[in-house]
Design a protein around this ligand. Structure first.
Ligand SMILES: NC(=O)c1ccc[n+]([C@@H]2O[C@H](COP(=O)([O-])OP(=O)(O)OC[C@H]3O[C@@H](n4cnc5c(N)ncnc54)[C@H](OP(=O)(O)O)[C@@H]3O)[C@@H](O)[C@H]2O)c1
Length: 313
C-alpha cells in the first residue's frame, strides 16, 4: 500500500552510529547512495546542497527510484535550522562528504502546528532527553541554561514547564528582555559579568550547556551545588576543567545526544499537553544561507524553520 505522510524535516547534527535509533538520516551524503544519481542539474528530487566547505547551499537535483508498493512516500513540509547545519555544511568535524543535503525525518501527530513541531525534533528532544535522564523535572529546583539559541530557548521552556527556577547565561545583552518576558526565565546573567557569576556560586542544581562556541567550563561548574549536574550538549573544540570544581562538591559533567523514538513521542505529547511551543522565524529555502550566517552571529529568535512546501512550489 502506498501512503503519503506529512512529515517535518528537522536539521540535526548527527549522521552516524548514535542516529541508529532515528528513522532517517541527518545528512544526505549523495555520493555513494545506490539509488541516487548525484549529478548536479538533473533528477526528479529538488534539494539544496552544500558543495564544499564554504557551506553555501544552492539548488540541487538528484534522482530517487519510483515509489514501490511496499514503500511509504513522505511529504516534507517544514525543516528546522540547527547550528549543527553550520558544522556539517562547513565541514567543521572534517568528515563531511559533498554534495551534502542537511536534514532528517520523523512523523509527528497532526494536531501540533507543523511549523512549530519542526524544532522539537532537534532542539526539543536534545534538551528534553538529558533533563529527564538527570531528573531535572522536580519543581522548585534551579536550572542554569548556557546560550540562548535554538536548544537554549527550549531548555528554558521545559524548565519553566517543569516548575524550575531558570537562570539564563548569555553573551548577548540584547536577549535579556525576551529571556525574561517571552520565555519566562527568572534570571538573566551576562556570562562575562564576574560579579553576577560570583553571586551565584554553589546555587544551582542543574546546568544545561548549549553554547555553540568555545567557552570556559570552570566558571559554570562552580555555580553548581554539591552533587549538581552539568550537561554538555554543544561541541566546543575542547573541555578543560579544574579537578576541584568536580571533586570537592561531587559534581558531575555529562554529555548527551538527541534522543530515541520513545522519548521523542513522550516529548511531543508533553509539549502538546503543556502548551510548550518553540519560538520560530519562518523562512523560505532561498534565505537559508543568510539564516546560517545569522546563526553564527547569534541573531535568531530562536529557531529558523524552512517552509519547505511553499519554497518548492
Ligand atoms: N548534542 C546534540 O544532540 C545536539 C543536537 C543539536 C545541536 N547540538 C549542538 O548544540 C549547540 C547549540 O545548537 P543551537 O542550534 O541551539 O545553536 P544556536 O541556535 O546558534 O544557539 C547557540 C547559542 O550559543 C551561544 N554562543 C554562541 N557562541 C558562543 C561562545 N563563543 N561562547 C558562549 N556562548 C556562545 C549564543 O547564545 P547567547 O547569544 O545567549 O550567548 C548562541 O545563540 C551547537 O553546538 C550544536 O552543534 C547538539
Amino acid at each position: 500500500m502506498l501512503r503519503v505522510i506529512n512529515i517535518l524535516l528537522a536539521c540535526c547534527a548527527i549522521s552516524s552510529p548514535p542516529l541508529g535509533y532515528l528513522p532517517g538520516l541527518s545528512i544526505m551524503h549523495l555520493h555513494g547512495m545506490s539509488d541516487m544519481a548525484a549529478e548536479c542539474g538533473s533528477g526528479n528530487c529538488d534539494a539544496w546542497a552544500a558543495r564544499d566547505p564554504s557551506g553555501i547551499l544552492s539548488p540541487y537535483k538528484f534522482n530517487r527510484r519510483e515509489v514501490q508498493s511496499e514503500d511509504v512516500s513522505l511529504r516534507i513540509t517544514h525543516c528546522g535550522v540547527c547550528y549543527a547545519d553550520v558544522i556539517w555544511t562547513r565541514n567543521m568535524f572534517n568528515d563531511s562528504i559533498y554534495p551534502l543535503v542537511p536534514g532528517y525525518c520523523f512523523k509527528i501527530p497532526a494536531d501540533y502546528p507543523l511549523s512549530k513541531a519542526a524544532p522539537l525534533l532537534c532542539a526539543g528532544i536534545t534538551v528534553y532527553t538529558p533533563m529527564i535522564r538527570h531528573n531535572m523535572n522536580q519543581p522548585g529546583k534551579s536550572l542554569g541554561v548556557i546560550g540562548l539559541g535554538g536548544l537554549g530557548h527550549m531548555a528554558v521552556k521545559f524548565g519553566k514547564a517543569f516548575g524550575l527556577k531558570v537562570t539564563v547565561f548569555s553573551t548577548s545583552e540584547s536577549k535579556r528582555e525576551e529571556a525574561i518576558n517571552l520565555l519566562g526565565a527568572d534570571n538573566f546573567v551576562i556570562s562575562s559579568d564576574e560579579n553576577q557569576m560570583e553571586s551565584l556560586k554553589s546555587s544551582l542544581h542543574f546546568i544545561i550547556d548549549t553554547a555553540s562556541g568555545d567557552h570556559q567550563f570552570d566558571p559554570y561548574l562552580s555555580l553548581l551545588k554539591v552533587g549538581g549536574v552539568m550537561v554538555l550538549l554543544s561541541f566546543p573544540s575542547e573541555i578543560k576543567v579544574h579537578p576541584e570544581n568536580l571533586n570537592l562538591a561531587a559534581r558531575s559533567l555529562s554529555g548527551s545526544v538527541t534522543g530515541g523514538t520513545k522519548d521523542i513521542q513522550e516529548m511531543i505529547n508533553f509539549c502538546a499537553a503543556n502548551n510548550v511551543y518553540p519560538d520560530i522565524e519562518m523562512i523560505k529555502i532561498d534565505y537559508v544561507n543568510e539564516a546560517l550566517q545569522r546563526l553564527i552571529n547569534r541573531d535568531v529568535r530562536f529557531r529558523f524553520v524552512i517552509d519547505i512546501e511553499n519554497s518548492f512550489k
